[in-house]
Design a protein around this ligand. Sequence first.
Ligand code: BG6
Length: 504
Amino acid sequence: MTSASSESVAVSAALVVFGATGDLAHRKLYPALASLAERGKLPRRLVVVGVSRTLMSDEDFATEVRNSIAKASNGDAEGRQNVLDQRGAQYHYIAGSFDADDTFRRLGEVLAACDAQYGTSGNALYYFATIPQLFGPVAAGLGRAGLADESEGHFRRIVVEKPFGRDLQSSRQLDAQLHEYFREHQIYRIDHYLAKETVQNILALRFTNTIFEPIWNRRYVDHVQITVAEDLGVEHRGTFYEQSGALRDILQNHLLQVLALTAMEPPASFDANAIRDEKVKALRSVRPLDSAELGRVVVRGQYTRGEIGGIEVPGYREEEGVSPQSNVETYLALELDVDNWRWAGVPFYVRTGKRLPHRVTEVALRYKQVPFLPLPSSAVDSVEPNTMVMHIQPDEGITLEFAAKVPGASFRVRGVALDFRYRLAFAEQPPEAYERVLGDAFLGDATLFIRGDEVDQAWRIVQPLIDAFDAGTVPLSFYPAGSWGPKEADDLLAQSYGDTWRAP
Ligand code: BG6
């Protein structure tokens, strides 16, 4: 997943941040620019253009960028805050509304002046760090002002944050709005999970080794478990989360992306489109959820007051910005089937939740039991089926669990594990997700971004759930904060499958 280009330095360009004074820009984007600068990966000349409603001078904007870099620094705040200036970065700021053509006309003037003064040559990366409702209007404003045009050989790219739409229909509408002025190769849809080293390592593990691929299919794998667990609650994002729930916040994007990488066929190359073609095929193979079956294959939960790490935490309905009667799910578990030659008959059990005991994301392939065990059961101590676990985060790594003989005169076996840990094998610190995302977008490497047809397939998979949740046909269960989710989620595996969730 590292194209040859990701080792080079991007050509001079302007980074235009819509929502320049917002939380995302401050917490993620400006610090990511500083990290890129430190690694020598900034475009040769960089102009940062902030666009937002707040009135501010260019110099005030530059100070805001420096301050957020300093704030995000681990230790050397003073040394780090000027790292962009040392690399010759320039700052401009435009105060204006995102639905006024005048804002985009002024932006055009600023960009033209930067081309002349700093040699940015018309290259621009437009980062949509705004609320999602503004993605369409901003793209249209850019288009009407002629700022989407690449006909003179420069690049004009838009980087779009999640959520991409609220359902299948609104996602298609947004896609049509973006495509009115931008072509698919100009659109970079973010899923920050794809920028995680260990998510990319799923491809390295599967397709650059001989030993795993032959056992990565229905002949050997019994079922797959994917867990995205967080100990955090909704924090200060209650109002947002009320509109989103675990379904839109994690399942539709991060979780299905991890599933696609786990289930996909080998790509012809590690080129962006070759990989994305295979991911789309995998998502397309996910069997449409049958509304009559949802009661059996889906569990929705919401956390109540509980304890995490010895600290008492409020229930979801007590969180700021959340309705005291809210029926929004903070936990989801479901069974998905992938109908193709590789996976037919191998269920994928996926779960995600907030306020679970600890933060962990992992993919576990549970292998089939041996056809016959030539030992009495009394000689077998706690042997689980062979399991391959890809630890996405934290403590990134891979574990292979199998049985071994317990030393001694009698023949007894017990479960043991082979463990690979990134932090022990590699000295380098991987880039933070947003650093990677921005760096790749400057370079034009779309591998870690989601193509339009992928988003469409992901919404197709979750749309029956949206409809059923809206209609209130899938009951909400409750779980105390600090537990592993509602009891019904254990029943899901036990009843349909006679197995249990792995303890991550
Ligand atoms: C975001 C969700 O996309 O991903 C958050 O909106 C969630 O609710 C976050 O906490 C999890 O990301 P990470 O990188 O911490 O696993």
